[in-house]
Write a new protein. Structure first.
Length: 296
């Protein structure tokens, strides 16, 4: 096409500062609706976090697998042509246990390790929420001031879980689907923990508990605070990179009084709503909506 050999093209690309990289694997390809939801949710949360105590009141949770065998790949200095030492990947069927964590900007609130191979169900999650509520009281925190953030896993959005959160008096915050980059445990705490566990092999449950206790105790309050407060930057980043991609479907437009609303995904658990062309929110309508409004 350019009447140049492949080597010359590569040379010019390098001179332009270009690098050849493989695209990152992502767990899910986001549809336009998914992207719109991410923008809406992040806009709403950015409005909410303007409150001076928002991050102090935020409680977040998630689950992850802890493997008994955690091999570590090491960098190696090699001579030209010398093959690197191989490191086997962890056995996907190897022994592992599920870790469930709840934490806030001051530190760890509560964690539980399930039995090997056991996973969290909606019924178990409800019981865990009760224990977390008691842990909050033990730490001198007021459960009624909690702003709770968790992802949209089915066990989290189940009706009994929603009713328990409401019964505890916690304020549930929205979370965009397929967004681990907006989940503090995924992008921060669990990531740090995985690095900490590299090279460690566990023989029994007691060793896992001791190691986790040491890890959580080794982290200062500022570590937990930084992980929570990074949400503000991440919410803003979602809006910055998608500010021109929001699409409006006219079949979701409706009027309330003289105000135009955009309503999407209306169901028991989530209402995605944008107010367009207005500056005031009608207090009567607020009573019937699960979340507050994003005013653009």
């Amino acid at each position: 096409m350019f009447n140049l050999d492949h080597g010359s093209i590569l040379k010019h690309l390098h001179q332009l500062g270009k690098v050849n990289r493989t695209g990152k694997w992502v767990p899910h390809v986001l549809t336009q609706d998914n992207k719109n939801t991410r923008i809406n949710v992040c806009s709403l949360l950015l409005q909410k976090c303007k409150s001076h105590d928002f991050f102090h009141r935020l409680l977040t949770s998630d689950e992850t697998w802890i493997r008994y065998d955690n091999p570590k790949r090491k960098n190696q200095w090699l001579s030209s042509g010398q093959p690197p030492q191989t490191t086997p990947k962890p056995d996907i069927h190897g022994k592992k246990i599920m870790l469930c964590c709840w934490w806030n900007s001051n530190g760890l609130v509560h964690y539980e390790l399930l039995k090997p191979g056991e996973t969290v169900t909606s019924d178990l999650y409800v019981k865990q929420l009760i224990r977390v509520n008691e842990a909050l009281k033990t730490l001198g925190l007021q459960p009624l001031r909690v702003r709770y953030l968790h992802d949209n896993a089915k066990l989290h959005t189940a009706k009994i879980a929603h009713e328990k959160i409401e019964g505890l008096g916690w304020k549930l915050l929205p979370h965009a689907p397929y967004s681990p980059d907006l989940t503090p445990l995924d992008y921060f705490l669990f990531r740090s923990l995985k690095h900490y566990l590299e090279g460690i092999h566990f023989d029994d449950h007691g060793q896992v508990v001791k190691t986790l206790d040491n890890y959580f105790a080794s982290k200062p309050p500022q570590f937990y605070s930084d992980g929570i407060r990074d949400l503000r930057r991440r919410w803003g980043h979602v809006i910055d990179i998608n500010e021109n991609t929001l699409s409006i479907n006219s079949r979701y437009l409706t009027f309330f009084g003289n105000k135009l609303f955009y309503v999407k995904n209306r169901n028991y658990f989530f209402i995605n709503l944008i107010l367009r062309g207005c500056t005031l929110v009608d207090s009567v309508l607020l009573k019937y909506l699960w979340y507050d409004f994003v005013i653009l």
